[in-house]
Design a protein around this ligand. Structure first.
Ligand code: SF4
Length: 297
């Protein structure tokens, strides 16, 4: 049985809109994340080694959201709501609690635009309400000349290989199922693309794999592919750096030395690596004709 918690606020205004995710607001209806990605940026002592153990549903979230959306709409403070930024909106738990679905119904009622970011295929359950938001949302005035859609859906991948995904994102929907969901979303005409955040050094960012990513997403008509390198923190048992390095040691011992060098003194990959990575991504973006942003802002 997951924990049920009450929170004081649910819709958070961001300090400034991120150029990749376009978030004016973020909405996290669950705390922690059962997808349990080893590289997850929310990891740390707060959640422990297995993120699933600390999962909770914010049971007063919908009531709070109604109040907050009502106020924001009254003041004409329309903005894109990112669902979600610190968990996945379509965890297994969502089948039972339906907090994301209820939130989308409110978002549609108050005419706010949304950006769904997920690793799950459960998003296809909500096509009707996402279509309604897509058609009727009021966009923030500074974006209205650049964007004419109320719904954006991004699927997140770190690999296309189901076996590798089982190692690095053990609780998430398999990439093969995610791809099927992405296909359905595109067949339904949504503005939808891919967040390759993060790619796994020497495993999913090899030249062969990068071409496979771009070819696959171009063939499925992705509107954008947004890549990023990995960042790993911490030396405690539940920290992302510890967990990823342990997985490399066990599953890819031939890469252990390389990883130790890469992350010895830093949470970020060395400058030379990041520079080469982004140059390669720009090249692939041009070669396959896929944008690297949802919109340029
Ligand atoms: S799906 Fe996102 S929030 Fe959930 S564990 Fe993975 S990286 Fe973290």
């Amino acid at each position: 049985m997951p924990k049920e918690i009450e929170v004081k606020t649910i819709l958070n205004k961001t300090k400034r809109r991120d150029p990749w995710f376009l978030d004016d607001y973020t909405l996290n209806l669950y705390s922690s994340c059962s997808f349990n990605c080893l590289y997850c940026y929310i990891r740390g002592s707060k959640y422990g080694e297995n993120l699933e153990d600390s999962i909770s549903a914010k049971i007063n979230g919908i009531e709070l959201l109604e109040k907050q959306l009502h106020l924001k709409a009254k003041k004409n403070q329309y903005g894109i709501i990112v669902v979600s930024s610190a968990t996945d909106p379509y965890l297994k738990l969502e089948e039972q609690y339906r907090l994301t679905l209820q939130a989308l119904e409110l978002i549609a009622y108050y005419k706010f635009p949304v950006h769904i970011i997920t690793k799950s295929d459960l998003v296809v359950r909500d096509l009707d309400i996402l279509h309604e938001i897509d058609k009727t949302a009021i966009l923030p005035s500074d974006l209205s000349t650049k964007l004419d859609r109320g719904t954006i859906i991004s699927f997140s991948f770190s690999t296309l290989n189901d076996q590798i995904a089982k190692i690095f994102e053990p609780g998430a929907t398999l990439p093969s199922q995610r791809l099927e969901a992405f296909k359905t979303i595109k067949d339904n005409g949504f503005l939808s693309g891919i967040s390759l955040m993060p790619l796994i050094p020497y495993i999913s960012d090899t030249s062969e794999n990068l071409h496979l990513f771009f070819k696959t997403f171009r063939d499925l008509s992705a509107d954008y592919v947004m890549p990023a390198t990995i960042t790993l923190w911490g030396d405690d048992r539940g920290d992302s750096k510890t967990l990823v390095l342990n997985a490399i040691k066990k599953q890819f011992p031939e890469l252990q030395e390389k990883y130790e060098k890469l992350f010895k003194n830093s949470s970020e990959l060395p400058y030379y690596y990041r520079k080469a990575f982004y140059e390669k991504m720009n090249e692939l973006s041009r070669e396959y004709g896929i944008k690297d942003r949802i919109v340029d802002i």
